[in-house]
Design a protein. Structure first.
Length: 347
């Protein structure tokens, strides 16, 4: 989008506190030690506003820096209750996915959670979100309880670092999002570009999925580095050329579900954006064709507009700039996918 300095996460607020961790030995021989830790922050928004953000898991990628993608598997009833969901998130520089069960209690304004089937070497992972009214807003308490198979010291150290880092980032981001929601200053918006392709969803998905070939296939891509340690979860780093001849580096986590979707989130955003998530969505029409859609959802970094676009630039101009820059590259990718799948010139 721009050669400007990437946007970085806001440093932790002075209102964020971390309670000392507690370690409780297992009740039976061989049970791993349970570690409990608490993170707390004061949020300048009413409890109802904060709780609504925590309950809406599908918006978490726009709020929480570690969350890449989220989807409900089973939704809680409107009045609260149990639900099940799948999350994809970053931790200590890598990407992981898991399913969790939650119990949503809007009356007490609490949400308890726990991983369905922790994967070794993690033995257990769970916790609770607690929202309480305080003077000037809300107090949010995030608790975690976790353990490692065989009390493995290396795993416990990894978990301690991941839980602390993610909790801090999530609480600071929650405070920022709640403040914007409470004051009506949210700057997020979504846009889409679609193209019909004569081919199957599987063929188009293969073009989009195998991004390591984009240097040869997409003229605006100068360099690609793709890793996929977990099947279907990719970390994609690439250098992209812009219309003015400059280039910028992006790094994203991608959740690839063949043959109909790829969802992604930029880990480091250009200075003009606080958050950028996107999706490639493929819908077959039953007649040998597919509608391919590039969807982007972004949250502007309002404080950067004047610095990036000039002191007189407006938020509307920033929206138009972002829409043009992101839409141009994704539309070019769709055109190349069409040419490749259809076997026409330009592939």
């Amino acid at each position: 989008m721009s050669q400007s300095t990437p946007h970085t996460t806001t440093p932790p607020s002075s209102d964020l506190t971390v309670g000392p961790s507690r370690r409780t030995p297992g009740q039976r021989p061989g049970d791993p030690t349970r570690v409990d830790v608490t993170h707390t922050i004061t949020v300048p928004a009413a409890p109802a506003v904060v709780f609504a953000l925590l309950a809406d898991v599908e918006r978490w990628p726009l709020i929480f820096p570690p969350t890449v993608h989220a989807r409900f598997l089973e939704r809680a009833p409107e009045g609260g209750g149990p639900e099940r969901l799948q999350l994809w998130a970053t931790a200590n520089g890598g990407a992981r996915t898991w399913t969790s069960r939650r119990v949503v209690d809007p009356v007490r304004q609490r949400i308890s959670f726990g991983q369905d089937r922790p994967v070794a070497p993690i033995a257990a992972m769970g916790g609770e979100w607690i929202v309480r009214p305080v003077a000037g807003g809300s107090e949010v308490v995030l608790t975690h309880a976790y353990s490692a198979v065989d009390d493995d010291a290396e795993t416990l150290a990894w978990l301690e670092k991941a839980v602390d880092g993610n909790s801090r980032a999530e609480l600071v981001a929650l405070a920022e999002a709640a403040r914007d929601a409470a004051t009506g200053r949210e700057t997020g918006f979504t846009f889409r570009d679609s193209l019909h392709i004569d081919g199957t969803a599987a063929a188009v998905h293969a073009f989009l999925n195998r991004a390591e070939h984009w240097v040869e296939r997409l003229p605006h891509v100068a360099r690609v580095e793709l890793t996929e340690e977990v099947p279907g979860v990719q970390i994609l780093e690439m250098d992209t050329r812009t219309a003015d001849g400059s280039s910028h580096t992006t790094r994203s986590v991608r959740v690839c579900a063949a043959p109909h979707s790829i969802h992604y989130k930029q880990l480091v955003t250009p200075a003009l954006l606080r958050v950028h998530t996107g999706s490639w969505l493929l819908v077959e029409d039953g007649a040998g064709g597919v509608t391919a859609t590039a969807e982007h959802t972004v949250v502007l970094a309002r404080e950067a507009i004047g610095r990036v676009l000039g002191p007189d630039a407006t938020e509307e101009q920033a929206r138009a700039f972002v829409r043009d820059a992101l839409g141009r590259n994704s539309s070019a990718t769709l055109q190349r996918a069409k040419a490749f799948v259809e076997g026409t010139p330009g592939a």
